[in-house]
Design a protein. Structure first.
Length: 565
């Protein structure tokens, strides 16, 4: 049985193939079109997924879409009527584009893609079921509490429940505009970043501010009630009308003028303090939700998903403070992962197949062999040296203080480079953070970098008692090790750790151990192989282009190494 999963209704359009319960391939449309966070129909990623899986349209048995465009349509119409004078953008987006035009776009693709009488059924899976139930179905847990939190999907902004085997129990949900995600997006825009795009920057900015300066005010703007429902004082916002500016004049009166969205614009101290207060209170809200679910369900584990679940600082606190033994997120915890979640919801909950697949390997995208790379090098007329033991030579280069573009194996799914499409550097050099930000990534100087470390060496450097192969749980760097790895230690002593497991990425694990032989440290600075504003590289061509247009010193493509002279 072959299922084609699709996400494109909101952002991060993605396609995947699930064959007989196994995730064969998943690719984000942005990686191919080079348009970050695209909402376009994923026609290119569908085509690429079919090629990787070796399938034709006639082989597809089911199509799933990670949204139900008719769900809560009446509530949306009623909401639009209540706010008629302010809701033109809301009507355009929700009642015209999402409820009509996107469904029509899907229909046009379907009629073109499937021919000769083969017409597999199309299944619309509600957004939050695609998020969190779909995530549970591919988690390592037999049972777990469920929490999904984002801006909105159809009309819901949260989903709370529990699951066991292939069934789930729904507890409650919040509906738009009661939304933690939308509130945090407004704070992101206030600090000069792009909402629903740059929330990670707000999270990274927060440690530079004093959260107590505005915490009392922020805690009265949004909160979690005792019944675990979200409360928001909407007088501070305009996102509820889909306005281009998501905060109101009252927000500015209380917090000051917003920062200009030019990346060169100066941060005033109060911008940092606002970011710190909104980040801290978001963490407290997520903790209250998680603790409530822990008390209600008695489960040992929590599955979380949605855009807010990408807040790795909050996730780290959930691991340490919620009561759960651990949490699971798929590597594509945002809307990109809903293509996968919808496919598994269909396979396990609708078609009643047993669970069996556990998503611990994020390298489910395209891959290129050494022969493919050799062909590209010839076309580009580039000189490269082939190394049988490329890990040993790369470790030497990194130990010399050079910055490396590392392109290997299957491409990762999700927003983090996890060791196959990565930029790597020596974390022991204090200046390396500023050097990579300025010369390679071309991004804000405050942005931190993540460490990758073999799972067996984690206790030597980090206060982390659980695995984190997807780089989604922030932890503390051990105080006596912060001097040893200054380039990956944030100003507050934390790091967004990735644990490396030889069974899923032997080459990257070997590289880390080779680097340890030379430096004494089994840790590398690992950031996504791209520049600010662009998606992670997909192909050798993308990697070569990025290499020659940035301050990268060395490019490693498979077993080939290219150096700048």
């Amino acid at each position: 049985m072959n299922i084609l999963g699709i996400n494109f209704y909101y952002h991060d359009s993605t396609a995947c193939i699930v064959s007989d319960g196994r995730l064969v391939v998943a690719i984000e449309e942005e990686r191919i079109t080079r348009k970050k966070h695209t909402t376009e129909f994923p026609i290119h990623s569908i085509k690429k997924c079919m090629e990787v899986a070796g399938l034709t349209p006639a082989d597809i048995d089911h199509v799933t879409v990670s949204v139900d465009p008719g769900l809560d349509l009446g509530k949306k119409v009623f909401y639009a009527m209540r706010h008629l004078m302010r809701s033109s953008k809301f009507i355009s987006q929700e009642l015209v584009i999402n409820s009509y035009w996107k469904r029509k776009r899907l229909s046009r693709w379907y009629q073109t893609f499937f021919k000769d009488g083969h017409k597999p059924p199309v299944h619309y899976v509600p957004h939050h079921l695609s998020h969190v139930v779909g995530t549970f179905l591919i988690s390592p847990y037999e049972s777990a509490a469920l929490l999904s939190v984002d801006g909105s999907g159809e009309w819901a902004t949260t989903f709370m429940g529990k699951a066991k085997d292939c069934s789930y129990t729904f507890f409650r949900q919040d509906n738009f505009p009661m939304s933690l995600g939308s509130v945090y997006e407004a704070a992101t825009q206030f600090t000069g970043f792009i909402p629903n795009y740059d929330e990670g920057k707000t999270m990274g900015l927060a440690p530079l501010g004093n959260p107590q300066k505005f915490y009392d005010k922020v805690s009265k703007i949004f909160w979690i009630n005792d019944d675990l429902s979200i409360g928001v004082d909407l007088s501070y916002f305009r996102y509820q009308y889909y306005a281009s500016v998501r905060y109101s004049s009252k927000f500015i009166e209380d917090f000051g003028p917003p920062r200009n969205n030019d990346k060169r614009a100066k941060f005033e101290q109060y911008h940092l303090d606002v970011a710190a207060a909104f980040q801290l209170h978001l963490e407290e809200c997520m903790l209250k939700l998680a603790r409530g679910l822990y008390k209600k369900t008695g489960e040992d584990y929590l599955v979380i998903s949605g855009g807010v679940a990408l807040n790795s600082v909050a996730n780290g606190r959930l691991v340490r403070e919620s009561g759960f033994k651990d949490i699971y997120l798929m590597p594509a915890a945002g809307d990109n992962g809903t293509a996968i979640g919808a496919a598994y919801y269909l396979y396990n909950c609708v078609l009643k197949n047993k669970r069996g697949f556990v998503h611990l390997d994020p390298y489910v995208g395209t891959s290129y062999s050494n022969k493919d790379i050799e062909t590209v090098l010839g076309i580009c007329k580039l000189n490269a040296t082939y190394y049988d033991n490329v890990e040993e030579r790369t470790a030497e280069i990194l130990n010399e203080g050079k910055i490396v573009g590392w392109f290997q194996g299957g491409m990762e799914i999700g927003p983090r480079s996890l060791g196959n499409r990565s930029i790597l550097a020596n974390p022991t050099l204090k200046h390396m953070k500023d050097k990579v930000n300025a010369e390679v990534k071309h991004r804000e100087a405050f942005r931190p970098f993540a460490p990758s470390c073999p799972i067996e060496d984690v206790p030597k450097y980090f206060e982390q008692h659980v695995a984190d192969p997807f780089m989604l749980k922030v932890c503390d760097v051990l105080p006596d090790k912060r001097f040893a790895v200054p380039a990956i230690t944030h100003v507050d002593g934390t790091a967004r750790l990735q644990t490396i497991h030889p069974e899923t990425n032997l080459r990257f694990h070997t590289l880390l151990k080779e680097f340890e032989k030379l430096s004494g440290v089994p840790v590398l600075l690992n950031t996504s192989f791209n520049v600010m504003g662009e998606p992670i590289v997909e192909s050798p061509y993308d990697a070569i282009r990025c290499f020659f247009t940035t301050g990268l010193d060395v490019l490693v493509l498979g077993n080939y190494i290219i150096e700048k002279y």
